[in-house]
Design a binder for this molecule. Structure first.
Ligand code: 4AD
Ligand code: MG
Length: 466
C-alpha cells in the first residue's frame, strides 16, 4: 500500500540560506506580490522568518492553477514544489510550484496593498504592522536582542529575578503610578471622606510597578548579582516620543559594586548589545540604515568601538553654560538635564555616549547613596545620541541611618519601607544597579524616532487599542 508522508514545513530563511537544490519543499506564508505573464504566475512569499521573500513560479499547467491565479496581496498559502537555482539575480533559490493550497484568502480592502506606508498610518493598524517589512524586521530584532540581554547576564553568572507587577510601594520615586482595584468605582467605600482601601482586594491601596528595583535589591543582597527584565508602568500624562505608559525595563542589581563598577557594567552592557545587533541582525539592520537613518551603521559602530565619556554633573553644567548654545531651558545647577542638553553633550560635544554622574541629591530618588559633599548623590545616567537618557542608575544608600533620614526628609511613610530598611540592618553592603529602557534601546539600534513604533501594541495617554 502506498504511504504518503506529510511534508514538514520549511522556513523560507532556511531555504534561501541553504546550499543545495531540493526535490520537494513545503512553505507556508503570505503573498506579498503576484504578477502574471504568459502561462505563468510569479509570487513573492514571506513567512516572517526573514526579511527576504522567496519567489514562487506557478505554471498555468499545474492542477489547481485556477485556485492560485486570483490570489492577491495578503492571502495565506501553502506551496509544495522544487527548490531550484534562480536564474534571476538577487536571490539564490526559487520554488517551482507543483501544488498551491489556499489557506486564507484576502479581499481587496486589505490595507497593505501599497509597498510603503507612513508610520502614522501603520499605527492605526498596529494589528497588521507585523506583516510589513519594516515591522517584521523590528520585531525580529526585538526578539533577538531580548535573547542577547539574557545571554549577557547569564554568561556573567547573574540570576534572573521575576519582580512583582502588583505592588504596594507607592514611592519608588520614579513617577506617577496606575492604581489597581476591584472596588466598584461607581460606589466607592469611604471613610473620613477618603477611599477606604481596607475593603479593596488586598486590603490596602495597590499599584502597577514603576520599577522592579526595590525587589531586585533584596535578591542582590542574597544572590549577589541579579537582573530583572519585565514590564513597568508610568502614569505621567506624557505624549512625547520617548515616553510610554507601559514599557519594558532591564534592571541589574549587584552587591559589592560601587558607582564606578556600576558605570563600567552599564557601558559593557550597551556595547555588547550593539555589537550583537551588528553581528546577528545584519539583514534587518540594513533596512533601517536604508530607509530610516542613513547614519545608523556609523552611530552603532562608533558605540561598539569606543569608550563612553564620563562626566560629573557639575562639569556637565559648566560645559553646557559655556557652550554658547541658546537652549530653550537655561542649564542651571540643581535642575535636571533636559533632552536638549543631553543631546548637545552626546551629539555635538563628545560625539559618543556620555555617562553623567553625581547628580544633585534633591532631583534624585531617596535610595541613591548620599555623597560626602552632602549635596550630590552617587547617581548616573547614560546618555546616547538622538535619544538622551537611556539608562538611569545609582549606588544605593546602604547606611541604615542615612537611608531612614532620607525617607523622612522626602515625607514618605517609613512603615511602608520596613522590609527595605531591614535589608540595611541585616548584613548591609554597598550595592548598585541601573535600569535600561528596552524600547529606548531599540530606538537607538534601529534609528526609529517614535517609541510607539518599537513595541507591539503601544499604550499612551488616551490610547488603548488592540
Ligand atoms: O530613570 P528611571 O526612572 O530609573 C528607574 O526606574 C530605576 N529604578 C532604575 C534602577 O536603578 N534600577 O528609568 C530607567 C530607564 C530610563 O533611563 C529610560 O530608558 C526608561 O527606563 N524609561 C522609560 N521608557 C519608556 N517610557 C517611559 N515612560 C520611561 N520611563 C523611563
Ligand atoms: Mg531616569
Amino acid at each position: 500500500m502506498e504511504q504518503t508522508v506529510a511534508l514538514k514545513r520549511d522556513k523560507i530563511v532556511t531555504l534561501l540560506d541553504g546550499a543545495a537544490s531540493r526535490e520537494q519543499v513545503l512553505i507556508k506564508g503570505w503573498v506579498r506580490t503576484r504578477r502574471d505573464s504568459k502561462g505563468f504566475s510569479f509570487f513573492e512569499i514571506n513567512d516572517g522568518s526573514c526579511l527576504r521573500n522567496i519567489q514562487v513560479i506557478v505554471d498555468a499547467g499545474i492542477g489547481n492553477y485556477s485556485e492560485a491565479k486570483d490570489l492577491g496581496t495578503g492571502a495565506a498559502i501553502a506551496v509544495e514544489g522544487k527548490l531550484v537555482a534562480s536564474p534571476g539575480s538577487g536571490q539564490p533559490w526559487e520554488i517551482q510550484a507543483d501544488r498551491i493550497t489556499v489557506i486564507g484568502t484576502c479581499p481587496e480592502d486589505y490595507p497593505l496593498q501599497k509597498k510603503r506606508h507612513s508610520d502614522e498610518f501603520l499605527r492605526t493598524i498596529a494589528h497588521l504592522r507585523p506583516r510589513t517589512n519594516k515591522y517584521g524586521a523590528l520585531f525580529r530584532m526585538r526578539s533577538r536582542l531580548a535573547h542577547a540581554i539574557h545571554q549577557f547576564f547569564q554568561d556573567r553568572g547573574f540570576c534572573y529575578i521575576h519582580a512583582p507587577i502588583l505592588t504596594a510601594s507607592d514611592c519608588e520615586g520614579a513617577g506617577a503610578m496606575f492604581g489597581v482595584t476591584t472596588l466598584d468605582l461607581r460606589n466607592v467605600p469611604k471613610r473620613d471622606g477618603r477611599v477606604d482601601f481596607s475593603e479593596d482586594f488586598f486590603g490596602k491601596e495597590a499599584k502597577l510597578t514603576v520599577s522592579g528595583q526595590l525587589s531586585g535589591e533584596m535578591f542582590a543582597l542574597g544572590l549577589g548579582e541579579i537582573y530583572t527584565f519585565g514590564p513597568t508602568f508610568r502614569a505621567e500624562n506624557s505624549n512625547i516620543a520617548r515616553h510610554m505608559a507601559e514599557f519594558w525595563m532591564i534592571e541589574p542589581e549587584m552587591a559589592f559594586y560601587d558607582l564606578d563598577a556600576n558605570m563600567s557594567l552599564a557601558e559593557e552592557f550597551i556595547r555588547y548589545l550593539v555589537t550583537d545587533a551588528l553581528d546577528r541582525c545584519r539583514e534587518d539592520l540594513r533596512l533601517f540604515a536604508r530607509f530610516v537613518d542613513p547614519s545608523l551603521m556609523a552611530t552603532l559602530e562608533n558605540i561598539a568601538a569606543n569608550a563612553f565619556e564620563r562626566l560629573p554633573y557639575d562639569d556637565a553644567i559648566e560645559l553646557l553654560r559655556r557652550s554658547g548654545e541658546s537652549f530653550e531651558f537655561e542649564p542651571a545647577w540643581g535642575a535636571d538635564l533636559q533632552t536638549e542638553h543631553e543631546r548637545y553633550l552626546t551629539e555635538r560635544y563628545f560625539k559618543k555616549p556620555v555617562i553623567v554622574y553625581n547628580y544633585p541629591k534633591d532631583i534624585k530618588a531617596f535610595y541613591m547613596r548620599l555623597n560626602d559633599d552632602g549635596r550630590t548623590a552617587a547617581a548616573m545616567d547614560v546618555l546616547v545620541p538622538r535619544i538622551g537618557e537611556i539608562i538611569g542608575g545609582s549606588q544605593r544608600e546602604e547606611r541604615y541611618d542615612v537611608l531612614r533620614s532620607r525617607i523622612n526628609e522626602m515625607g514618605f511613610d517609613q512603615g511602608h519601607y520596613w522590609w527595605y530598611l531591614d535589608s540595611r540592618r541585616f548584613g548591609s553592603v554597598p550595592h548598585s544597579g541601573f535600569g535600561l529602557g528596552f524600547e529606548r534601546f531599540l530606538m537607538l539600534v534601529t534609528g526609529v524616532t517614535n517609541i510607539r513604533d518599537v513595541i507591539p501594541f503601544p499604550r499612551t495617554p488616551k490610547h488603548l487599542e488592540f
